[in-house]
Write a protein that binds this ligand. Structure first.
Ligand SMILES: Nc1ncnc2c1ncn2[C@@H]1O[C@H](COP(=O)(O)OP(=O)(O)OP(=O)(O)O)[C@@H](O)[C@H]1O
Ligand SMILES: [Mg+2]
Length: 225
């Protein structure tokens, strides 16, 4: 797996105001990378994650996923790329309130084109639930879980289709520092054990301090030292 971003420019237009969210960003993410995206609010972290996740297209520049120019794919090919290769953890979790822990995690596997062997899928989901430490919360719905537990459900759900790349936008925001460190450890373990490349954003100095490969953003650009 290799995703190469070259010279990305992203400008949002809101009424008469134009915001330059990304101003010439180049970045390569390789297999098994564990990359931390740091930077103040408004610096462009979410915009960059959206590009990495092929959720948005730049006005200028190129996104190549395993050599394929993502901007030239049809809408359905892009959707398949996203579903099969990339896992997302959004800041707001986006769990479905009517589904319990197991069902929320299972959902992306039901939505994809891949046909799963039901027994294997069940074992894999149970393995994920065990990995995120929620084996005793299987039948709880999101409103019956704590913030940290919801975050862990969102991480397990993002992994159900065995993505090559996991993107997480502020996965430790709104968590106390002890829980935040636990989520960081969980991401590290998944990175090691499942060999999933990880890119996650944060502006928490305590988390940044514990990470080796930190990419810093400011005003839509990567800060080079
Ligand atoms: N949909 C949008 N329409 C207009 N402007 C936007 C939109 N999304 C983001 N922006 C602007 O683009 C800039 C970068 O935003 P982005 O969300 O990427 O920052 P961020 O680093 O993720 O910030 P935060 O840490 O607060 O989440 C900001 O100035 C923001 O106001
Ligand atoms: Mg953001």
């Amino acid at each position: 797996m290799e995703i190469v971003l070259s010279n990305l420019h992203k400008e949002y237009t809101l009424g008469k105001t134009k915001v330059q969210a990304l101003r010439g960003v180049s970045l390569t993410v390789k297999e098994q990378d564990f990359l931390t995206l740091a930077g103040p609010s408004g610096s462009g972290k979410t915009s960059l994650l959206n590009m990495l996740g092929c959720l948005d297209t730049p006005q200028e520049g190129e996104v190549r996923f395993d050599g394929v120019d993502a901007n030239r794919l049809s809408a359905s090919d892009r959707a398949n790329l996203r579903n099969e290769q990339i896992g997302y953890v959004f800041q707001s979790f986006n769990l479905l309130p009517v589904l319990n822990v197991y069902e929320n995690i299972e959902l992306p596997a039901r939505l994809g084109r891949k046909r799963h062997n039901p027994t294997e899928l069940r074992h894999w989901i149970m393995h994920l639930i065990d990995a995120v430490g929620l084996s005793d919360r299987l039948h709880h719905r999101p409103d019956e879980l704590s913030g940290g537990q919801r975050q862990r459900v969102a991480i397990a759900r993002a992994l159900v289709n065995k993505p090559k790349l996991l993107l997480a936008d502020e996965p430790t925001a709104n968590l106390d520092s002890e829980t935040a460190i636990k989520i960081l450890e969980l991401l590290r373990r998944i990175n090691r054990e499942e060999k999933t490349a990880m890119v996650f954003s944060t502006h928490d100095p305590e988390i940044i301090e514990q990470c080796d490969h930190v990419v810093r953003m400011r005003d839509g650009q990567l800060v080079t030292h």
